[in-house]
Write a protein that binds this ligand. Structure first.
Ligand code: ZN
Length: 283
């Protein structure tokens, strides 16, 4: 088994509240929460256990992208306070999974506005999550913050049906959430229960790639670039192609799952609830 892929998959599963195999609990990112400056005024707070937080620190206050698990809240706020005393004004959720939204309720207590796609909010409400977003949008929302525009886009289904991408045009930077959780080939979880779709994922990534950017902050791993995201789209198309081929060859769902995992990494390809969902939509 490719250990790196196993760790990545485990981090996804951790995000969904599913027990991860003991050997794979490291996830990707540092074991202990740590803060790093990406560039002037932009910080990442990372840990292996959950999704990245990105903090935009300005004279307008702080804007956070994602809020990790609730149990990490005290420590990541400590780290944030080591670089700024400004209040948290906005929290943008890239999607509804618990490893990206767990701190929402605590941050709302600080009077932060919580922003997400309407789809993500609806699913959080259905799951009776705490700290529901109070600002939502369908396709596009612009926030002016810290002297620059942030464009939030919903481009379609992928990891879930509520994933958004945040574009900072002046920085030529995007934040992808788990539409692109990490580097490397085909590390993906398709949450069909959350409206995800392997079929639509490629179209969604093509729309992301129409934006003007060179730097990418993924949902889990460290800062990367446009070429990595292009590679991720290629792997998405290749995965679709392989599954279609296997369907045509009359393979059973178990055989499809095995073949795809052998090709792309045994735990790197995780479908919830099961591979039948992918077969149904790619048939
Ligand atoms: Zn997720």
């Amino acid at each position: 088994m490719n250990i790196r892929n196993a760790l990545l998959a485990a981090a996804f599963l951790a995000g969904l509240g599913t027990a991860a195999p003991a050997a794979a609990q490291g996830g990707f990112g540092p074991q202990e929460l740590a803060i790093e400056e990406v560039r002037n005024g932009i910080y990442m707070i990372r840990s292996a256990a959950s999704g990245n937080i990105t903090a935009l620190v300005s004279d307008d206050g702080v804007l956070l992208v994602d809020s990790k698990f609730e149990r990490e809240y005290d420590r990541y706020m400590e780290l944030l306070r080591s670089v700024t005393d400004e209040p948290v004004r906005f929290v943008i959720n890239t999607h509804m999974h618990g490893d990206h939204t767990g701190g929402n309720a605590r941050l709302a207590e600080l009077d932060a506005d919580i922003v997400a796609s309407e789809n993500a909010r609806r699913r959080m409400a259905e799951a009776q999550a705490m700290g529901l977003p109070n600002i939502t949008f369908d396709d596009h929302l612009r926030i002016y913050f810290g002297g620059q525009a942030l464009d939030l886009y919903w481009f379609g289904r992928g990891h879930t049906d509520g994933d958004i991408v945040i574009h900072l045009p002046e920085e030529r930077l995007i934040l992808t959430g788990d539409l692109f959780a990490g580097w490397g080939p085909s590390i993906r979880l398709i949450d069909y229960n959350g409206g995800g779709s392997l079929l639509h994922w490629s179209d969604t990534l093509e729309r992301v790639l129409e934006l003007d950017f060179d730097t990418v902050i993924p949902g889990h791993s460290g800062v990367t670039d446009r070429a990595m995201l292009e590679g991720y789209l290629d792997e998405t198309l290749r995965m679709q192609g392989l599954i279609r081929e296997l369907i045509r060859a009359g393979r059973t769902p178990d055989q499809v799952a095995d073949a795809v995992q052998n090709e792309f990494g045994r735990l790197a390809f995780v479908i919830l609830p099961n591979v039948q969902s992918a077969i149904d939509e790619l048939r």
